[in-house]
Design a protein around this ligand. Structure first.
Ligand SMILES: Cc1cc2nc3c(=O)[nH]c(=O)nc-3n(C[C@H](O)[C@H](O)[C@H](O)COP(=O)(O)OP(=O)(O)OC[C@H]3O[C@@H](n4cnc5c(N)ncnc54)[C@H](O)[C@@H]3O)c2cc1C
Length: 319
């Protein structure tokens, strides 16, 4: 018989790491952390630009940590080092390059966790897979011939390009500001003003727009994009047409609906998992935390606080 873990955590981002640390500190020894990437914190590694300032107070959300895992504003690299240390110090057993496909509660009350190579078993499961595994895509078609020039992070960017950044959140604004140092950047947002960005970004953006570092196009919706001799031709709904070397969409991520469905986790009309005040789903012992569980905005502190709530609840059941 395979061993049964006390807790299996799916996803090694802030919520997953903090859940493992909280559990370990509270005396739970038998913990498994499964992460599909080749290292922890794939959202931070993939979507944060190098040297990005990672704000503790993000989008005006809760900035007070309530559990045992602290968090302070720092750079992307500081945050990754901090999570490295947390995993190392608490000697958490993390298995990387292991994508969980579904979770099933068996008749003996234990959960069976399905991955491509192996099944794991646990008494409780925390799903902390975030939403950035599948970044949101525009509703119009991206012609396959220009997929290399249509991106969802900064990995393929270089210098001297004419770039369009699409989005109205902190990510879009920060991408635009970074790229504008070595490229000609337009930032396009469908609304008339930025309501979700923090004060520092708002101030820096205003400066960059005032001094011509960024071309700002508000109230601009895009109708379609086409291949124009290998570049990206953008048809705006107001009838204007521009050609860019590259287009970057920073418009959030999508709930992994198939994963939730195959695990029988109930979701609401917005495809967000239905959870109670303990972050427990319709299936007892199966929890969802972090970005995947949020309705009104997500942040690292929110993810850390979910992990505290979940571990407290698991411990209360064991008392
Ligand atoms: C560009 C950008 C900038 C941001 N800036 C800030 C900021 O300054 N301050 C702040 O507080 N927040 C910021 N955020 C938000 C913050 O990154 C998220 O709220 C936080 O990462 C959520 O943590 P999480 O653990 O819920 O999910 P994630 O960080 O998304 O981690 C999920 C993990 O699960 C793994 N995974 C996914 N599916 C599976 C699977 N099936 N099996 C196994 N593993 C899986 C992923 O590889 C990933 O490592 C930013 C987000 C973005 C995109």
């Amino acid at each position: 018989m395979d061993s049964v873990y006390d807790i299996a955590i799916i996803g090694g981002g802030p919520c997953g790491i903090a859940s493992a640390v909280e559990a370990k500190i509270s005396g739970i020894e038998n913990i498994l952390l499964l992460e599909k990437g080749d290292n922890h914190s794939q959202t931070i590694r993939t979507f944060y630009k190098d040297n990005k300032r990672v704000d503790k107070e993000y989008k005006g959300l809760d900035s007070q940590t309530k559990g045992r895992v602290e968090f302070e504003t720092g750079s992307k690299e500081d945050v990754l080092n901090y999570f490295d240390a947390l995993l190392d110090n608490e000697t958490i057993d993390a298995i990387f390059e292991t994508e969980v496909e579904k979770i099933v509660k068996n008749s003996d009350g234990n959960f069976e966790i399905f991955t491509a190579h192996k099944h794991y078993f646990a008494k409780n499961v925390i799903v902390a897979v975030g939403r950035m595994g599948r970044p949101n895509k525009p509703s119009y078609k991206i012609p396959p011939s220009i997929t290399q020039r249509v991106n969802f992070n900064l990995d393929k960017c270089s210098t001297g390009e004419k770039i369009l950044v699409v989005g109205g959140g902190n990510s879009a604004v920060e991408y635009a500001m970074t790229l504008s140092r070595e490229n000609i950047v337009t930032l396009s947002y469908r609304k008339g003003e930025f309501t979700r960005i923090n004060e520092i970004n708002a101030k820096n953006l205003a400066y960059d727009v005032k001094y011509g570092n960024i071309i700002l196009r508000l109230k601009t919706d895009i109708e379609s994009i086409e291949n124009e001799e290998g570049k990206v031709l953008v048809n705006y709904k107001d009838g204007r047409v521009f050609v860019y070397d590259r287009v970057i969409y920073a418009i959030g991520g999508t709930t992994p609906v198939d994963f939730l469905k195959s695990s029988d986790i109930e979701v609401d009309e917005k495809k967000i998992p239905i959870i109670d005040e303990n972050c427990e789903t319709n299936i007892k012992g199966l929890y969802v935390g972090g970005d995947l569980a949020t309705r009104s905005g997500a942040s690292i502190v929110v993810a850390l606080n979910h992990s505290n709530t979940i571990i407290e609840h698991i411990n209360s059941k064991n008392r």
